[in-house]
Design a protein around this ligand. Structure first.
Ligand code: SF4
Ligand code: SF4
Ligand code: SF4
Length: 342
């Protein structure tokens, strides 16, 4: 990892791409809550925070929020990579494509009609044919994942960089921070939807037949979702072994875990478990935060690509968009909220 030459104060930029601003809020909180970081960093570019509208020629540390969806995003990313000594992908969108990567499931013209009532708006941003994670397009020095990334992780990373120390990395999964107990799966059956009030609050969701991505998601959040009765949706991004191993994919790794809990052979019975999972859950469910990631789309099993293709063909999604388009043109009442999908 790059080391900055020691000095009292480093320059800091935050470049927002296509994101929701949630990561920016977390970065702002991190700086507001840490007077030591305010002393070590001078914010020189950050549209939300300072008036300077031009990126300086050089910057010590840059945080990038959001994924790449427009030509303008792409140019901004290339520019900040050229100018920054240390580049940090902030949040799941920058790291893995995040929620915004799901845009690739939809026909763009239909989406425009659904939201704005027209297929094209003059002078609107040029939308690229697909979305990209920041990490797919330029070399990145650090990743602070999750949606949104925890304030403490931002503080720890900025502090370590300023002090020239190594940044601590996560080496386990969300399960290691989850208080629920894993128990053997007695029957290989999966339940669609979210757990209801009848779910056991102390037992692992997988052991109860609900889908939880904790065992394939990188640790660091403290498992707040499973502590509050909601399975992990994988916002932290896949565990590094899944990302690094060519033969590993989110569905493969999860099916192996489930096979082991069910007393099956995680290699020989793998296809059976995957088939069972896909009978109940839409393949998109496994890639909610990682859909855009070229790392996952490039896996030999191609589950992410399969999920993408199936989403584009999905008649339910298409029908919802068409209903919204009619609403946007004033030709129909508001569409009923979507949902109920596993
Ligand atoms: S990672 Fe989450 S909080 Fe950050 S920009 Fe993306 S959607 Fe927003
Ligand atoms: S799979 Fe989910 S519920 Fe089970 S231990 Fe892991 S994080 Fe907790
Ligand atoms: S439990 Fe899963 S979905 Fe919830 S914050 Fe942690 S990684 Fe994200």
């Amino acid at each position: 990892m790059p080391r900055l030459e020691p000095k009292d104060r480093y320059t800091l930029a935050l470049v927002p791409l296509s994101g929701c601003g949630g990561c920016e809020v977390q970065a702002l909180r991190a700086l507001a809550l840490a007077p030591d970081l305010q002393k070590r960093y001078e914010v020189v570019y950050w549209p939300l925070v300072v008036e300077e509208t031009r990126l300086p020629d050089e910057v010590d540390v840059a945080l990038v929020e959001g994924l790449v969806r427009t030509r303008e995003n792409l140019e901004a990313l290339r520019e900040i990579r050229r100018r920054a000594r240390v580049l940090i992908a902030l949040g799941s969108c920058a790291a893995w494509g995040g929620i915004g990567g799901n845009a690739d499931s939809f026909n763009h013209r239909l989406s425009m009609r659904a939201i704005y009532g027209v297929e094209r708006i003059e002078e609107s941003a040029e939308i690229l044919p697909r979305t990209f994670a920041v990490t797919d397009l330029v070399p990145v020095d650090y990743v602070i994942s999750r949606c949104p990334p925890p304030v403490e992780h931002i503080m720890l990373t900025l502090r370590a960089i300023a002090e020239g120390k190594p940044v601590k990395t996560a080496d386990s999964t969300v399960c290691s921070q989850c208080p629920r107990k894993m128990k053997p799966i007695e029957k290989l059956e999966f339940k669609p939807g979210l757990p209801g009030p009848d779910a056991d609050p102390e037992t692992c969701f997988l052991s109860q037949g609900y889908l939880c991505l904790g065992s394939v998601t990188t640790m660091g959040c403290g498992a707040p979702c499973t502590r509050h009765g909601i399975p992990c949706f994988g916002c932290g991004g896949p565990h590094h072994e899944i990302a690094e191993r060519r033969d590993m994919d989110i569905i493969t790794a999860l099916a192996r875990k489930i096979a082991t809990l069910a007393g099956l052979d995680p290699v020989k019975d793998l296809d059976r478990v995957v088939k069972k999972l896909l009978e109940v859950y839409n393949p998109r469910r496994f890639y909610v935060f990682t859909f855009a990631s070229q790392v996952l789309r490039g896996k030999p099993h191609g589950f992410a690509v399969k999920a993408l293709v199936e989403s584009r063909r999905d008649p339910v999604l298409r029908k919802r968009l068409e209903e919204r388009a009619r609403f946007a043109r004033g030709e129909a009442p508001p569409p009923s909220p979507g949902g109920g999908e596993a």
